[in-house]
Design a binder for this molecule. Structure first.
Ligand code: ABN
Ligand code: CU
Length: 698
């Protein structure tokens, strides 16, 4: 039965609350006057202090509450600062040179107003066929400029991807314009416009929309859907203490920041009374979406949605029955506004359970005795809107010790204009007349701060391969031998590895001091990830230089408190010379990552070759991976989950009733015409956990 409690003092992993953010802002304003607040966020506790406190919260010193701040001062000067909230002291104040901090939603919104009144933009709109009276129908998605060598990184720039919306409710991405204004955030002016040599006129196709009025006009909604309701009559099965959750042997802390969104800390599993640490911190740490059209200026189109805009800043306020169904617990998020006031995103995180299908099953073909146990999963979710795309980030916890990060990709394609007869040359697809959706990748970087039975871990790469010994040899006489070849990734250089589907490659985070009593193998968590395209922009390209983390599927580094974000702390307008983040940290690759506190970085994702089915809004595409316990538990850890149905051979023999009878009855129930009584019978009840119903239950 769920319960919610909270401590009066914040947990050291808690995000800064509203009062703490306000207090940090006041301290900074007092010391430095009026500034634009870009970031005021928790400076996370140093791991050495935090682990001491976690081990002994009563006696060890509580890690201090420190605000990590980024501000922009008049003249575009950027400062990184740290504010100790207890003492009110600013402990760090550093002027940055040639670095631009994250672009905030407020900065983004301004660009459209400026574009609409800029004479040169108006002129370009007219060339495209839009009269000046229609400038209120011109929209832009302002992206950071990425990097443009003509403008460098000393001024804060955005590139405005331009669109026309004939009606305010029309899908914005249907009428793209072919030119790209460049906006200077400090001057709040358009400083240049990139205009292609060959002009493309405004599309003329009739609007295709996804809003209800448009769907009604196009024939209406389908009428053959009956409700699916999720009921949890006794409430949820998790408990919350502040932001710490306990569910099905799991316990962890749910944090949130402007950059990564959800951050999970101190993840443990209670294994029959022994609380075993598994991960110190899990997050989606970065992503990059490189577009593949070689024409200038599309090389600039590669969004680092976390590092440049922030998965927290862009997060949605979630709605019951829409974004999540069932009994939901929500957590809000608090951020500073530019002027130092506060913004709250209500329901930024939703926490709920879902049925997850069969957890395990076995029937005996001889006599139809059977055990079927249904599983459930716990989902911690946020959804962010990165201009055109939506990303639902789900952290799914399973009862058997598996963690499944899943990303559901939806929203709208980023589009560019084309003549309906134009050859897209393979770099894009005409998804609707006059609409070219360029090829692109969505590459996500997961940061796994491992703690598998303690901080000292080693990563191995595992490949399923055939025996080297030839057919007819004594070791492999019949030629059928194969095994899991394990390669120890003991230095940062060696650990930079790629995916190989042909060998079912996985990576194991092992505690080599904890051998399983039966398998004699090290306790481990295995990364099973099968959607791992390589970075397609070539070595030497702008994206390759800026997104160093995406050059390999896996990197391993030795833990360092200040290494959280693999494309660097400040990502907008980095040139990639030198490459920031992971490439810097890895250096010459000689550092040992053998039996020490390691962080595994994993880049996975999809190559998106657009198709008309993705337009005007894209049905969800899920991208998923697993972190699975291997040689970690003594045996199947979910034998104690109550089965939905269990009949043993002796019960079957005694009753003469088979599982088939039960299955038939449930099938009739599905169509609402069964005579049978669903209550207490096989497989009925909430999630099938109402007890062990042997055949005698029928
Ligand atoms: N996908 C790039 C992006 C995100 C947010 C706002 C503008 C652009
Ligand atoms: Cu896509």
């Amino acid at each position: 039965m769920g319960s919610i409690t909270s401590d009066p003092v914040p947990h050291p992993f808690d995000p800064l609350d509203q009062d703490e953010i306000a207090s940090a802002i006041n301290i900074v304003k007092k010391a430095h006057g009026e500034l634009y607040f870009n970031v005021v966020s928790l400076h996370e506790p140093r791991k050495a202090e935090m682990t001491k406190w976690l081990a002994d919260p009563t006696n060890a010193p509580r890690p201090p509450r420190i605000a990590d701040t980024v501000v922009i001062a008049p003249g575009g000067k950027v400062y990184d600062g740290l504010v100790d909230l207890a003492s009110g002291k600013i402990t760090k104040w550093e002027l940055l040179d040639g670095l631009q901090p994250i672009i905030t939603m407020e900065e983004l919104r301004q660009v459209e107003y400026v574009c609409r009144v800029d004479p040169k933009v108006i002129e370009q709109c007219e060339i495209s066929g839009i009269p000046k009276e229609d400038m209120n129908k011109v929209y832009c998605d302002p992206w950071t400029i990425g990097y443009d060598e003509r403008h460098g990184n000393k001024i804060r720039l955005q590139q405005a991807l331009m669109y026309y919306r004939p009606e305010v409710d029309d899908c914005q991405y249907q009428y793209p314009l072919d030119f790209c204004p460049i906006y200077d955030a400090e001057q709040q002016k358009i400083i240049a416009i990139d205009i292609p040599k060959v002009r493309r006129p405004l599309g003329k196709a009739k609007p295709i929309n996804y809003h209800p009025a448009a769907v009604e006009k196009a024939g209406g909604y389908r009428k053959d859907l009956k409700p699916i309701n999720i009921t949890q009559p006794e409430g949820v099965s998790f408990k919350m203490n502040g932001r710490e959750i306990e569910w099905q042997n799991w316990k962890f802390h749910i944090g949130f920041n402007y950059r990564e969104g959800i951050v999970l800390n101190n993840i443990t599993y209670n294994d029959k009374g022994s609380v075993r640490p598994i991960f110190y911190r899990l997050s989606l740490a970065e992503m990059v979406v490189p577009y593949g059209n070689p024409e200038h200026p599309h090389q600039r189109k590669h969004a680092f949605d976390l590092g440049e805009y922030g998965a927290g800043y862009m997060t949605n306020s979630l709605a019951l029955g829409c974004d999540c169904k069932g009994s939901i617990h929500y957590l809000d998020a608090h951020f500073p506004a530019r002027d130092g006031s506060l913004n709250t995103i209500k329901n930024a995180i939703c926490i709920h359970e879902e049925d997850s299908g069969i957890l395990f099953k076995h029937s005996d073909f001889r006599d139809e005795s059977v055990i079927v146990t249904r599983g459930r999963k716990l989902i911690i979710q946020q959804i962010f809107t990165a201009a055109n795309y939506e990303y639902a980030i789900q952290w799914i916890f399973h009862q058997d010790g598996t963690i499944q990060p899943e990303i559901k990709l939806t929203g709208i394609l980023n589009t560019y204009s084309m003549d309906p007869d134009e050859d897209t040359k393979g770099w894009g697809t005409q998804v609707y007349p006059g609409v070219n959706a360029h090829n692109h990748q969505h590459l996500f970087c997961l940061r796994v701060d491992a703690n598998v039975d303690g901080p000292n871990n080693t990563v191995f790469m595992s490949d399923a391969v055939a025996s080297d010994a030839p057919v007819g040899s004594p070791e492999n006489f019949y030629g059928n031998a194969f095994y899991a070849k394990r390669t120890k990734l003991d230095t940062t250089g060696k650990a930079a590895t790629d995916y190989n589907g042909a060998t079912s490659r996985t990576w194991e985070i092992c505690n080599t001091s904890k051998l399983h009593p039966y398998s004699k193998k090290a306790a481990s968590y295995k990364l099973v990830s099968r959607e791992v395209p390589g970075l397609l922009p070539k070595e030497g390209s702008l994206v390759w230089k800026r997104a160093g983390f995406a050059r390999h599927a896996v990197f391993v580094t030795k833990y360092n408190d200040d290494q959280l974000w693999p494309a660097g702390r400040h990502v907008p307008q980095t040139s990639g010379e030198p490459s920031l983040g992971l490439p810097e940290w890895i250096g010459d690759g000689s550092e040992s990552v053998d039996d020490t506190d390691v962080v595994l970085w994993h880049t996975f994702g999809v190559v998106h070759i657009p198709a008309p089915e993705d337009f005007p809004v894209m049905p969800v595409e899920p991208i998923t991976l697993l972190l699975r316990p291997r040689n970690f538990f003594a045996n199947n850890p979910v034998l104690d989950v109550p089965p939905s149905y269990a009949s043993t051979p002796s019960q079957v023999a005694a009753s003469g009733v088979g599982a088939t009878d039960a299955a038939d009855r449930m099938s009739r129930l599905a169509f609402g015409n069964a005579n049978g009584n669903g209550n207490g019978a096989c497989c009925a009840g909430s999630n099938g956990t109402s007890g062990t119903n042997g055949v005698n239950g029928h």
